[in-house]
Design a protein around this ligand. Structure first.
Ligand code: AMP
Ligand code: ZN
Length: 471
C-alpha cells in the first residue's frame, strides 16, 4: 500500500487518487530572480521522485509547476503583506535590465538545470505574469463572498473568515494573536495576520497591472491558488514544496482556494526538508550557496547529486558535504556497473531470484518514499549480480536488467553510464600546461601540473598532450 506523510493530517496516509489511475500534482516553482541552487534542486528532485514513483505504480500523472516571475514578497513579514520591495525589481535595477528580461534569463537557467538533473519537465509551467486576470477574478470572488476587504487600493484576505486557518501549519489565529509582533502593522489591515491579495504599486514600481482597486500587483500566495485551479481544477491530489512553504504560503493558498471554491483544495501535502551545507543554512553571504555548476566544476556528474539526495529521506535533515557527494558517486558507479554486467552477461547459466528484492524495493518506496532503503536494496542486488556474473552467466539477465532499469528510472537516475565530463576550467589548465611545455617553460608547466593534482585530477602525458582524469 502506497503511503505518504501528509503535512495536512500529520500522519502517513494511504494514497488513493481522486480519479482512478490519474494524479494531479502541483509544485511551487522557482522565483526567477536568481540562479536556482542545490536546495531548490533537492525540493524539485523529490517532487520528481513522487511523480516518477506514481508512474512506476501505473498512475498517469499531470504535473504543474509555476514560474514566479512577479517577484514575490520575501520574508515572513512581507509575505504577510506588510512592506518590502519586489525581489525581481531590485535585481532589474542592479543589472539594468527589465524585470521580464531577468525573469526569462533565470527561467531558462532553471529549465536547463532541471533537465541536467533528469527532472522530468512539468506538463505546464504557468507564469504568474500571464495569469494576472485570473488572480483578479479570484480576488473578486473572495471579496464577493466576504473573505476579503479593500482599503486604499489594497486588498487583504480576512483570515478570521476562514475557520480552518492553521490546519496545515498549526499557526491558528489564536497562536498568531499571541505571537503578534510589536512592529507597525500595515495601516490598511484589520488584523496583523491578514495577508495581501493585491497591493497598490508605489509610483516607481516597474511591474504593475490595472485592477478594479488600484494599479498594483498581486500578493505571492494568490498566484498558486489561481494557477492550480486553471490547470488541475479546484480539488486535486498532491501539492508539494519545500518546508518553508508550509507557512505562510501554503496555509494562505488553502484559505484562498477553499474560501473561493467551497471544496477541499489539495488532498495530500508533501514537504521537503531544507538542505543545509556544511551544517548551516545556505546563504550568499556565507558563500555556501551552491549551484549545479559548483558541483560539476569539481568533476561530479549531476546524477551524483541526485544520488546524494536519494541517500537521505526527503523529510529528514540533509547536510551537503563533498565527502558525502563522493560516496554517492561511488554508489552510483556501483549500480551502473552492475547494469553494465547485466548487459554483457551471455545467456544460459543459472537464475538469480529477484522476487524478494523487488518486493523490498516496492515496500521501501511505498513507505513514504524511503529512498535510502530503496537504494540499499539496489546496492545489495548489485552485489548479488556481480557475484553471480563473476562465476556463471545469468539465465534471467533480461528480467533482472528490466527491473533494475525500471527501479533506477523511478528514482530519476540515468541508466546510461556516461563518463563524467571534465570541466572547462580544468581543460584550460591542461591546455596552458601544454603551451608552457612547448615553450620549455617547465617551472610554469610543473606549477600547472601541481594545480591539477591539487584540484583532484591525475595528470598523464600522452602524444596528444596533457591528459587529465578524476582521481
Ligand atoms: P523559491 O524560489 O525560494 O520560492 O524556492 C523554490 C522551492 O525551493 C520552494 O519549494 C522552496 O521551499 C524550495 N527551497 C528553497 N530553499 C531550499 C533548501 N535549502 N532546501 C530545500 N528546498 C529549498
Ligand atoms: Zn506556491
Amino acid at each position: 500500500m502506497l503511503t505518504f506523510y501528509n503535512t495536512l493530517t500529520k500522519q502517513k496516509d494511504v494514497f488513493t487518487s481522486i480519479n482512478p489511475g490519474k494524479v494531479g500534482m502541483y509544485t511551487c516553482g522557482p522565483t526567477v530572480y536568481n540562479y536556482i541552487h542545490i536546495g531548490n534542486l533537492r525540493a524539485y528532485s523529490n517532487a520528481d521522485v513522487i511523480r516518477r514513483y506514481l508512474t512506476y505504480r501505473g498512475y498517469e500523472v499531470r504535473m504543474i509547476k509555476n514560474i514566479t516571475d512577479v517577484g514575490h514578497l520575501t520574508d515572513d513579514d512581507v509575505a504577510q503583506g506588510d512592506s518590502g520591495d519586489d525581489k525581481m525589481v531590485k535585481a532589474a535595477a542592479k543589472e539594468k535590465k527589465t524585470p521580464q528580461e531577468i525573469a526569462r534569463f533565470y527561467e531558462e537557467y532553471a529549465f536547463a538545470t532541471q533537465e541536467k538533473m533528469n527532472i522530468l519537465p512539468a506538463h505546464y509551467n504557468p507564469r504568474a505574469t500571464e495569469h494576472i486576470p485570473h488572480m483578479i477574478r479570484l480576488i473578486e470572488t473572495l471579496l464577493a463572498k466576504g473573505h476579503a476587504y479593500e482599503k486604499n487600493g489594497n486588498v487583504f484576505f480576512d483570515v478570521a473568515s476562514f475557520d480552518r486557518y492553521g490546519t496545515l501549519s498549526g499557526n491558528t489565529v489564536e497562536k498568531l494573536a499571541i505571537g503578534a509582533r510589536l512592529e507597525d502593522p500595515h495601516p490598511d489591515k484589520r488584523n496583523q495576520w491578514d495577508f495581501a491579495l493585491w497591493l497598490k504599486a508605489p509610483k516607481n514600481h516597474l511591474m504593475k497591472w490595472d485592477a478594479p482597486w488600484s494599479v498594483g500587483y498581486p500578493g505571492w500566495h494568490i498566484e498558486c491558488s489561481a494557477m492550480s485551479v486553471d490547470y488541475l481544477g479546484p480539488t486535486f491530489d498532491i501539492h508539494t514544496g519545500g518546508e518553508d512553504n508550509i507557512f505562510p504560503h501554503h496555509e494562505a493558498e488553502i484559505a484562498q482556494s477553499e474560501s473561493a471554491n467551497g471544496v477541499p483544495f489539495a488532498h495530500f501535502w508533501l514537504h521537503t526538508r531544507h538542505l543545509q551545507v556544511d551544517g548551516a543554512k545556505m546563504s550568499k553571504s556565507k558563500g555556501n550557496m551552491y549551484t549545479l555548476e559548483d558541483i560539476t566544476d569539481r568533476g561530479f556528474d549531476p546524477m551524483d547529486l541526485r544520488m546524494l539526495f536519494l541517500l537521505s529521506h526527503y523529510r529528514s535533515q540533509m547536510n551537503f558535504t563533498w565527502d558525502a557527494l563522493a560516496q554517492a558517486q561511488k554508489n552510483r558507479h556501483t549500480l551502473l556497473g552492475a547494469l553494465e554486467r547485466l548487459a554483457q552477461s551471455s545467456t544460459g547459466g543459472t537464475t538469480l531470484d529477484i522476487t524478494a528484492e523487488r518486493t523490498n524495493f516496492d515496500n521501501a518506496m511505498d513507505d513514504d518514499l524511503n529512498t535510502p532503503l530503496a537504494i540499499t536494496v539496489l546496492l545489495r542486488l548489485a552485489t548479488a549480480i556481480n557475484t553471480h556474473t563473476a562465476t556463471t552467466s545469468l539465465a534471467n539477465a533480461d528480467e533482472v536488467r528490466t527491473f533494475f532499469t525500471k527501479a533506477l528510472t523511478a528514482l530519476g537516475i540515468h541508466t546510461e553510464a556516461h563518463a563524467d565530463p571534465i570541466p572547462d576550467d580544468i581543460l584550460a589548465i591542461a591546455a596552458a600546461r601544454d603551451a608552457a611545455r612547448a615553450a620549455k617553460d617547465f617551472t610554469t608547466s610543473d606549477a600547472l601540473r601541481d594545480d591539477l593534482l591539487a584540484k583532484g585530477y591525475t595528470v598523464t602525458d600522452s602524444a596528444d598532450g596533457t591528459k587529465v582524469s578524476k582521481k
